[in-house]
Ligand binder design. Structure first.
Ligand code: SAM
Length: 282
């Protein structure tokens, strides 16, 4: 069965009670080159245990399973249970957990269900939970790489660097945990139902530890304050964090202009500024 063939998929879904749900971010791939290329870009081998979020009817899952040691997939829509039993039931290296991925402890699940393998994520993510699920995947700190399809504008935010229009708190969160690389874009015509926006695939090579020496909580407090009030100068935006006067002193001690805006600072500069603020607080 061709799991990207629209007619075959419609026939498969008929009579199962399945209805496409916008709330569950259900846009299934119907262009076979896309899951093929995503699976290829994931660089899998039999030592890999792959975590997939949202198998849908299984078009990406079957390609992951043909390359990896095992695939562990989370699917929130139980109406897909009989469908997936038909499409993937014959694959003994696929395990599907019919639960909301957001409620799972991914490192615990991986240890239990993917023992002895290198853990990697590969998924066409549901658009409605992209940021929270990515944050969860980053913070699990147990994956060596994450290859995901997301909305193109989210991909741009993940990969943006200081000074670019898409640069923001989510860029810094992503780059704190990983080195992101944009791979390719995918048009709405490759899905059913068609989304309104372009999609893009990003590969994240996960870091083994923090990218620089700074207290993580303090760093993200500064970053959030900087981008919550984008139009303000950084010193004004940091008023609520440490007081404007201290923020100015910290900026100057780092060799930065007191009128600088957060969107021009690199991750390392944000870290230096956070350390300078902490030192002034002592
Ligand atoms: N992988 C399939 C494909 O590429 O055609 C389907 C991808 S579709 C964009 C997203 C999938 O994620 C759907 O199957 C949806 O039911 C599932 N999903 C949505 N929210 C979820 C959640 N919180 N936990 C697990 N799966 C979820």
């Amino acid at each position: 069965m061709d799991l990207c063939d629209l007619e075959q998929v419609r026939a498969l879904l008929a009579g199962t009670g399945f209805r496409f749900s916008k709330g569950k971010g259900q846009n299934f791939l119907t262009a076979s080159w896309v899951p093929e290329r995503i699976a290829e870009e994931a660089g899998l081998d039999r030592d890999c245990g792959v975590v997939e979020i949202g198998p849908g009817v299984g078009c990406l899952t079957e390609r992951l399973a043909s390359r990896a040691g095992k695939v562990l997939a989370y699917e929130v829509d139980t109406a897909l249970r009989p469908v997936l039993a038909k499409t993937l039931g014959h694959l003994d290296n696929v395990e599907i957990v019919f639960q909301d991925v957001m409620g799972r402890d991914l490192a615990v699940d991986a240890a239990e269900k993917l023992p002895g393998l290198r853990w990697r994520v590969c998924a066409n993510l549901p658009y409605n939970i992209t940021s929270p699920v990515l944050t969860k995947l980053y913070q699990a700190r147990c994956f060596d790489a994450i290859i995901v399809m997301v909305q193109k504008e989210v991909a741009q935010r993940m990969c943006a660097v200081a000074g670019q229009a898409d640069y923001g708190a989510f860029s810094l969160l992503t780059q704190w945990y990983a080195r992101p690389e944009p791979l390719f874009t995918v048009g709405p015509e490759c899905f059913v139902p068609r989304p309104k926006v372009q999609s893009a695939v990003v590969r994240l090579i996960m870091r083994h530890g923090p990218p620089t020496e700074v207290d993580e909580t303090a760093f993200f407090r500064v970053v959030r304050a900087a981008f919550n009030q984008r139009r303000k100068t950084l010193a004004n935006a940091l008023d609520g964090v440490c007081g404007k006067e201290r923020a100015v002193r910290a900026l100057l001690s780092c060799g930065m202009d007191e009128r600088v805006r957060g969107e021009t600072l690199t991750l390392e500069q944000f870290a230096a500024l956070t350390n300078a603020i902490s030192n002034l607080n002592i």
